[in-house]
Design a protein around this ligand. Sequence first.
Ligand SMILES: N[C@@H](CCC(=O)N[C@@H](CSS)C(=O)NCC(=O)O)C(=O)O
Length: 301
Amino acid sequence: MVPLRHLWPPSCGASCPPCSSRFVNPIKLHRVLPAVRLEASAVAAMPGDNAVTTRPVLLFRQLFEKESSTYTYLVADTAHPDRPAVLVDPVDRTADRDASLVKELGLKLLYVMNTHVHADHITGTGLLKTKVPGVKSIISKASGARADVLVDAGEKIFIGNLFLEVRPTPGHTKGCVTYVTGEGLEQPHPRMAFTGDALLIRGCGRTDFQGGDAAQLYNSVHSQIFTLPLDTLLYPAHDYRGQTVTTVGEELQYNPRLTKDEESFKAIMANLGLPYPKMIDAAVPANMVCGLHEVLQSSRV
Ligand SMILES: N[C@@H](CCC(=O)N[C@@H](CSS)C(=O)NCC(=O)O)C(=O)O
């Protein structure tokens, strides 16, 4: 079992104990004294403990980039004094929009996270790092890409008192991961999963480049996504037909590819006949450095 890793705890303010350890029980962090409680409803006593902790309050936005039909997600804990937030799968063309929204909502952007190295658009990660000082990039270790934080199976990414769990879902690319909101009474119900291109609504990511593998994708979705509770909300990185969200239960019943047996699935994937994404030659090298391509190139001259 991979140890719980509390990635760069945000600054906690005077009433918190020190947050220096990278291997800690997050429940012991961010204690808020009654005098600095933000909202009575957001504060809960912990069993067997006379201290109190802020119960997370989820702020969630689904944002769309129309050229690549990409969804970007904003997730924040607005009950935490810092109002910490993350962006999942931002696009370069909409980086200004995303940075403005974060500012308008008074959020502190901690991480800009990618589910994988995208082939159809350039991630907004690099641009957001230049616009929002201190923000860290996250991608999976298995992607082989460069980022400030490389995550692995089972790790937890804390956004105040919310957390996202890293589930490996390779097959569309070798480094694809799905970020799933935590399990537990204090975490959002129903759970939410950001599936990237592993699972699309009534579809799935193609498997014909970037280390793609249909058998691996079939296994990833069945073992890591379809095992979540049936009401888990699934948010993909793309939709080409105007849909926004699905659930595990819906996809188990209606996904035209993944409800088939593995051999039929592999045959479907081998015969998709899709043209390569128009931007693949520019997007993959740029996204291997989380969109910092031009910044790195110009710093070399
Ligand atoms: N036409 C678009 C690319 C469309 C495409 O290939 N989408 C990918 C996800 S982005 S790499 C995919 O996996 N699609 C699966 C499907 O069944 O549509 C472009 O030129 O950018």
